[in-house]
Design a protein around this ligand. Structure first.
Ligand code: NAD
Length: 245
């Protein structure tokens, strides 16, 4: 028997990293997973895994999000994973960078939750999930101005949805990972003028001496998506290897 038997789960950004690992972990625990991403080619890597259906969706496009929601009579869990990391201080963040980041990281969650919340309410045993970044938990991070701002907004969104829909049995939590070894993290390191130094800088802040894996984050996501966490709502679930300490 799986920990998520029969649960209908929809998630974004499932083609790689935390989203992909979570889609696989959810399906392994018996959920019926709809894994979406803007990248259709990479999403194909999930094809054929029992319990997973894939669909190309750009979560910044209202018509695509609404069309996706129309496919479901109800859902148990919505997991918003899509996010973009802009590198820079406020002085290095152009208005276009600000708008792009806030659109992908925050507005997409507004669109997804608004479209899916009525479907979650219909399931009767409900638990939408969000994902954020450990802005509150960890010390200030350099050159992450708009990224940190956007992730702090998600914490506000999480608590607001949790408070507004608590009486309807809806739970809303966000996951705050530290540094997770994912393809985009590796790309960001390679894009820096001195990738070797950039890697060393990332490692220097890992108090455990290693980065988190996407699979470790997925374990936490399974817990939050399951009924085991029935009393957990409005929280930032931190998984940062003690970075904030
Ligand atoms: P990633 O960056 O490796 O992959 C992101 C996925 O999002 C890609 O498959 C991409 O195609 C998809 N995507 C991008 N824009 C999209 C859009 N508009 N619509 C649909 N899909 C879109 O993933 P990751 O590193 O696992 O990060 C996942 C989430 O976790 C992000 O929100 C990120 O900010 C957050 N996070 C990551 C880390 C880390 O260290 N990797 C740490 C804390 C939080």
């Amino acid at each position: 028997m799986g920990r998520l038997d029969g649960k209908v789960i929809v998630l974004s950004a499932a083609a790689q990293g935390i989203g992909k690992a979570s889609a696989i972990a959810f399906a392994k625990e018996g959920a019926q997973v709809t894994a979406t991403d803007i990248n259709g080619e990479k999403l194909k890597e999930l094809d054929g895994i029992p319990g997973i259906k894939t669909k190309v969706v750009d979560v910044t496009k209202k018509d695509q999000v609404e069309a996706l929601a129309k496919d479901f009579d109800y859902v148990d869990v919505l997991f918003n994973v899509a996010g973009f990391v802009h590198h820079g201080t406020i002085l290095e963040c152009e208005e276009s960078d600000w708008d792009f980041t806030m659109n992908v990281n925050v507005r997409s969650m507004y669109l997804m939750i608004k479209a899916f919340l009525p479907k979650v309410i219909l399931s009767g045993k409900v638990c939408p999930l969000l994902i954020a970044y450990p802005l509150i938990a960890c010390p200030g991070v350099v050159k992450r101005c708009v990224y940190s701002t956007s992730k702090a907004a998600i914490i506000g969104l999480t608590k607001s949805v949790a408070a507004d829909f608590l009486e309807q049995g809806i739970r809303c939590n966000c996951i705050c990972p530290g540094t997770v070894d994912t393809p985009s993290l590796r790309e960001r390191i390679q894009d820096r003028p001195d990738p070797e130094q950039a890697f060393k800088d990332f490692m220097a802040r890992q108090k455990t001496g290693r980065m988190c894996t996407a699979e470790e984050v997925a374990h936490l996501c399974v817990y939050l998506a399951s009924d085991e966490s029935a009393y957990v709502t409005g929280t930032e679930a931190i998984i940062d290897g003690g970075w904030r300490l």
